[in-house]
Design a protein around this ligand. Structure first.
Ligand SMILES: Cc1cc2nc3c(=O)[nH]c(=O)nc-3n(C[C@H](O)[C@H](O)[C@H](O)COP(=O)(O)OP(=O)(O)OC[C@H]3O[C@@H](n4cnc5c(N)ncnc54)[C@H](O)[C@@H]3O)c2cc1C
Length: 1012
């Protein structure tokens, strides 16, 4: 409040009053300052309210009089003429009620103007939300002042509202002290109220600066020794305050920069438009900046006179159908204004392309914080948690809007949101496609086949992520939800899944930073599952089963959006400098999407009955039982016993103690099972393998079969989950998962170097609606097993296609005529019965066309995608067999005496033990890291680590087992112990799934490419 104090001083000369009034009415630009000498350091800034933080009543009155045809100056005269005991003065000292004030004041105004004056309408305007709003420049300044550790105060001549509360339309938390005349019973320029304010601040007058728009108020402040700034215009006042304080109060508009060359807009036309729209007379430069945000719809910051606005427009050029709908953004924000969803106040939609070339809309600039990095660096974990909770809550608010009541019934179609979205984004993707991306092709087939049924229809934001939210600078409160371009009516779960994208993206992802590689427990950020549960709890809905579908769809949609941005960058239309990068990112996103589709595919496991553990009789191994004791097997952990459990999700677990409770329980069950059921029957199994029945599965194994993780079944199952059609899955995947069938993978050929898959020569030709196979294969593991029902066959469909597009994969039932097994091959004389490794001819083998996986030419890609999990299983088994070899060695050297002492006392034996332990641990850590990466970032991201372990684990196992064999003497080579078999399989694994050299080449290439 500012005007009323003119009227309270009897000593104030009329001439002075007249000059002052004139100044207010004519908006003089000059500033006055009363300052003390002495130059002490300032510790507080005290603000008047009306005319400094919010518009002055004088200006509001002048506008109101004009609009209501009341003689100009009536209100001001009414304030002044009645003097100290007039209605206004008594009102601001809290001596009369609003009702009495309005009666008396109305009478006075009517006397002055000789006409009836509806003062309650003026009063409503003065106290309305529209008018009584803090100047953004002042909000910014207060934030900066407080950030520097100074105090802030309001010293206001205000009044009480009809509710009895004082009129204070500001956020009190911005101020350390608030002194209100109507509550104190005294008002400015009475020196006592200034002293009261200083007392509450605990400061001397010279330690503070006071801003007011009225001279007499400032004069008293100055006479007390307070530094003063006269405010005519908030912008100029802030500049003056900056120079007094010696630090900047206008740090610029966050996340903006000069307008990009290709995104410039005609400033003159815009300025004229704005002046007409806002009724601004002032001349002064229009400040125009561009926000970093807005790859799709360029977004600008505008400062003109006291207005700070945001303009959002369509990008220039030819646009994709239904994209960049700024009209819809305007409509929804307007409709949501009174629904409790925080949105910026929208002012105007201009569809006239003559103004700046494209349609645009304007909204008020809302100063606040955007968190661009979703891992929220530099913020306390508890605050991070609160920020994500606030984000979750605001999403619940959006999804709780009564869209019919908000006039949004026709804002989108109701029902079938996901099917329509899937089609829309397929279409958008196709319209901007620049090359074939295999994962996108797979998703385009997969998504329509796995659509969920929609439970609810609500307003959906469509792009709900942390950096589209504006937060209060000090509180964890969402001030505004931005970027409604993709909003519509739809399935709210799509929004929830989309808002979890950052959980899976790496922190280095260029356009959409994530925290998939961070430890969320440490950060305090809820996991995606926790975030989703929080949402369900708040909305009162049960959790859903097909969450992975929603995630797959969200990543697919993101991939399609990135492809659109990329395409526009090629034609110079995209509005972001990083747009050009988006091409590569599309592929990355689509692979992530596909990982979720695969996870969704794995739901099939959940539907399977739990396997039964059959009771077995115990058998004794020929060696001492102590060899099989827990200490002899896998009890060695990578960290000491008793080390605190590393239970945080997302962290690399390096010991059983660090596993989650359910996984730890599984681990212990597995150990018990090995010790109680498997080790005791090893010898009997050995005997079966040497017997004439060896080509029939041992009934012992049939009974014990609970793991179902043998090669090549796991790789084949993975292949079917990832790439199989629903029919292929039903026919082959289910029997494999249930352990009812076995399978083999036929790639290697005797006549060509098969470590290079592109050499494969077997032919697959199309004939009478069938595929016909001819070829010679060998080393086909499992093909001799009587349970083997499926051969996953790789051959060439088109020898003239590009090198990596010649191969295809066919699912060949093993009972198809023309499959001729020539012989079982042996590894160091071992046959690995009953699966064996067969040499086999395929002669005119006819397979229905629907047995092709993915399509012709996709074989190389499938072979690549299949191998990650199979390889890590091999490596895990190798760590296991090395542990057992070391355990056997330790037991043997303790009991065996040579040259007068146990072998364990020989230095070379001790060195062997130490060396073996170190090598096992090195390999184990590498394998754990690869497994961790596969879990957290997917098989593709873990490609380097998978190649590394495939290089390391077999050679490590060969060395460790070889040392054990050496310590055992000749017995180590016999079939009385499992060492010879361990060695043979470790040695074979230096070829199987690609020879060492090929993996070394992969590692070296990646090293040169990424760590140059
Ligand atoms: C026990 C066992 C089980 C198997 N199971 C299967 C199966 O189920 N299905 C299947 O299809 N295959 C299987 N294989 C075959 C295996 O995948 C191949 O042996 C392997 O891919 C190598 O192919 P190749 O034998 O034709 O060797 P080649 O390609 O002839 O290579 C011979 C040698 O050349 C060298 N070499 C090759 N490439 C490079 C390079 N880039 N740089 C330097 N040197 C190089 C390596 O020393 C390599 O060992 C199995 C093999 C074994 C031993």
């Amino acid at each position: 409040m500012c005007i009323r104090r003119l009227f309270q001083f009897s000593h104030l000369q009329w001439a002075q009053r007249a000059t002052f009034l004139k100044h207010i009415q004519h908006k003089h630009q000059g500033t006055h300052r009363w300052t003390h000498s002495g130059g002490s350091t300032y510790r507080a800034v005290i603000f008047d309210m009306g005319g400094v933080l919010i518009p002055s009543p004088g200006r509001v009155a002048a506008e109101w009089e004009l609009q209501n045809h009341i003689p100009s100056g009536t209100i001001l005269k009414a304030f002044i003429e009645a003097g100290e005991n007039g209605p206004w003065m008594r009102f601001i000292r809290g001596e009369i009620t609003t009702e009495d004030f309005l009666k008396e004041f109305g009478r006075l105004c009517s006397e002055i103007s000789k006409t009836s004056v509806p003062v309650d309408s003026f009063f409503s305007l003065l106290t309305s939300d529209r008018v009584a709003k803090q100047f953004p420049v002042m909000t910014e300044a207060i934030t900066q002042i407080r950030a520097k550790g100074l105090q802030t105060a309001v010293l206001s001549n205000n009044f009480c509202l009809p509710s009895g509360k004082s009129f204070f339309p500001l956020d009190r938390k911005q101020f350390d002290v608030v002194v209100e005349s109507c509550l104190e019973g005294i008002c400015k320029p009475d020196p006592r109220i200034y002293k009261l304010c200083l007392e509450q601040l605990g400061l001397q007058p010279s330690e503070s600066i006071f801003l007011d728009d009225l001279g007499p108020n400032l004069k008293t402040a100055a006479s007390l020794g307070i530094h003063t700034i006269k405010v005519n215009d908030p912008e100029t006042a802030v500049k003056e305050l900056e120079s007094l304080l010696g630090f900047t109060l206008r740090v610029g508009i966050p996340n903006t920069r000069p307008v990009r060359k290709t995104m410039e807009i005609a400033k003159d036309a815009l300025e004229k438009y704005l002046k007409d729209l806002l009724g601004i007379q002032t001349t002064g430069p229009l400040e125009l900046l561009q926000f970093d945000h807005g790859q799709s719809n360029p977004t600008y910051y505008i400062r003109l006179a006291n207005h700070q606005l945001v303009l959002r427009k369509k990008p220039p050029g030819t646009l994709l159908p239904s994209a960049h709908a700024v009209e819809r953004e305007f409509r929804i924000m307007k409709a949501l204004a009174n629904t409790g969803v925080p949105v910026p106040n929208v002012l105007d939609l201009c569809e006239d392309t003559r103004v700046i070339g494209t349609p645009f809309y304007l909204m008020e600039y809302c100063p606040g914080l955007t968190y661009k990095d979703p891992s929220l660096p530099g913020i306390e974990p508890s605050r991070r948690q609160a920020i994500y909770t606030a984000m979750n809550r605001v999403l619940c608010k959006i999804h709780s809007v009564d869209f019919k009541a908000a006039g949004l019934e026709d804002y989108g179609k109701q029902g079938d949101y996901i099917p329509r979205q899937v089609q829309t984004w397929i279409k958008q993707y196709r319209a901007s496609e620049t090359s074939i991306i295999p994962a996108m092709e797979r998703l385009i087939e997969w998504l329509p086949l796995h659509l969920p049924s929609q439970q609810r229809t609500t307003v959906v934001h469509g792009d709900f992520r942390l950096d589209n939210l504006l937060f209060h600078p000090e509180k964890t409160e969402v001030l505004a939800v931005l970027d409604w371009e993709l909003s519509t009516l739809g399935d709210p779960l799509a929004d929830v899944a989309y808002s979890c994208l950052a959980h899976y993206l790496p922190s280095s992802f260029p356009m959409l930073r994530g925290f998939g590689d961070c430890d969320l427990t440490h950060l305090g950020i809820p996991t995606a599952e926790e975030y989703f549960r929080m949402y369900c709890l708040h909305m009162g809905i049960p959790p859903i089963e097909n969450w992975n579908f929603y995630m797959a769809f969200s990543f697919f949609r993101m991939a399609a959006i990135l492809q659109g941005v990329y395409k526009r960058s090629l034609t110079g239309q995209a509005s972001s400098a990083t747009a050009e990068q988006s091409g590569n990112l599309t592929e990355f996103m689509s692979n992530l999407a596909w990982d979720f589709a695969v996870k969704e595919g794995f739901q099939v496991f959940k539907k399977m009955p739990a396997p039964k553990l059959l009771k077995r009789s115990y058998h004794t191994w020929a060696t001492p039982q102590s060899l099989l004791s827990p200490t002899g097997t896998r009890s060695y952990s990578s960290i000491p016993e008793g080390f605190p459990a590393h239970a945080s999700k997302g962290a690399l677990v390096i010991s059983p103690e660090g596993l989650s409770p359910p996984a730890r329980e599984l681990y212990h069950r597995l150990r018990r099972f090995m010790e109680q059921r498997v080790y005791p029957v090893e010898q009997e199994l050995q005997r079966h393998q040497a017997s004439g029945d060896r080509w029939s599965p041992s009934p012992l194994i049939e009974d014990l079969k609970i793991f179902n993780c043998s090669a090549p079944d796991t790789g084949n199952m993975e292949l079917l989950v990832r790439y199989g059609t629903e029919e292929q899955k039903a026919r082959w995947l289910l029997p494999l998962l249930e352990g009812k069938a076995r399978s083999c993978f036929a790639m290697t050929e005797p006549q060509v170097a098969s470590s290079d898959a592109t050499n494969i020569e077997s032919s697959i030709r199309e004939e009478d609606g069938f595929y016909v196979i001819n070829g010679h294969k060998w080393w086909i593991t499992g093909i001799l097993d009587p349970r083997c029902q499926l051969c996953v066959f790789m051959g060439k469909t088109d020898p003239h296609a590009p090198r990596h597009r010649q191969q295809s994969v066919l699912l060949v039932p093993m009972d198809t005529p023309g499959i001729k097994i020539i012989r079982p091959l042996t590894v160091y004389g071992l046959e690995d019965a009953p699966g064996g490794h067969g040499e086999v001819r395929f002669e005119h083998v006819r397979v229905p066309k629907e047995n092709m996986v993915l399509g012709p030419g996709r074989g190389f890609e499938i072979a690549q995608g299949r191998l990650g999990p199979g390889r890590i299983h091999h490596c895990m088994r190798l760590i296991g067999s090395s542990e057992r070899a070391l355990a056997l060695l330790k037991a043997r050297v303790r009991s065996r005496v040579a040259f007068g002492k146990p072998l364990v006392e020989q230095g070379t034996v001790l060195a062997d033990i130490a060396q073996s332990r170190v090598e096992i641990e090195q390999a184990r850590l590498l394998v754990l890291r690869a497994a961790h990466l596969m879990d957290m970032a997917g098989n593709k991201a873990a490609a380097l680590d998978i190649a590394m372990i495939k290089m390391v684990a077999p050679t490590m196992a060969c060395r460790v087992v070889d040392r054990a064999i050496q310590a055992f003497g000749a017995a180590g080579l016999s079939s009385d112990y499992p060492l010879a078999q361990f060695f043979a399989s470790a040695r074979a694994l230096r070829f199987a799934d690609g020879p060492d050299e090929v993996h070394r080449a992969t590692v070296a290439k990646m090293e040169l490419k990424h760590r140059a």
